[in-house]
Design a protein. Structure first.
Length: 106
């Protein structure tokens, strides 16, 4: 129980961020097609897997491999969303908004 108490604030903070991003983009998220979902999920999963397995293949320990997986798999979706809104129409920000939710879950 003590371990749960120690990580609960972090988990709740992440849930709060996901909820805010989802709420701000609720209308756009309802128009998501399978193509956009694949375009968001696939690069993330491939980056996570490639970072981990390439590091392990090069002989790095599990901690380093996990670190590299996170570094390769996670990208700045907030910046992408902001740039899309500034220079394109609101729907162009949809993949970035969806990725904000997805990368917090993955």
């Amino acid at each position: 129980m003590e371990r749960v108490k120690s990580v609960l604030p972090v988990v709740l903070s992440i849930v709060l961020v996901i909820a805010i991003v989802a709420a701000l983009n609720a209308d756009n998220l309802m128009t998501v097609t399978s193509v956009i979902v694949i375009a968001v999920v696939l690069p993330n999963l491939l980056g996570l897997a490639a970072g981990y397995f390439i590091a392990r293949g090069l002989g790095y320990d599990i901690k380093i491999a996990r670190t590299l997986a996170i570094e390769v798999g996670m990208q700045n979706s907030g910046l992408g969303t902001a740039l899309a809104i500034k220079y394109f129409c609101a729907i162009a920000a949809l993949p970035g908004a969806l990725f904000s939710v997805w990368h917090n879950l993955s």
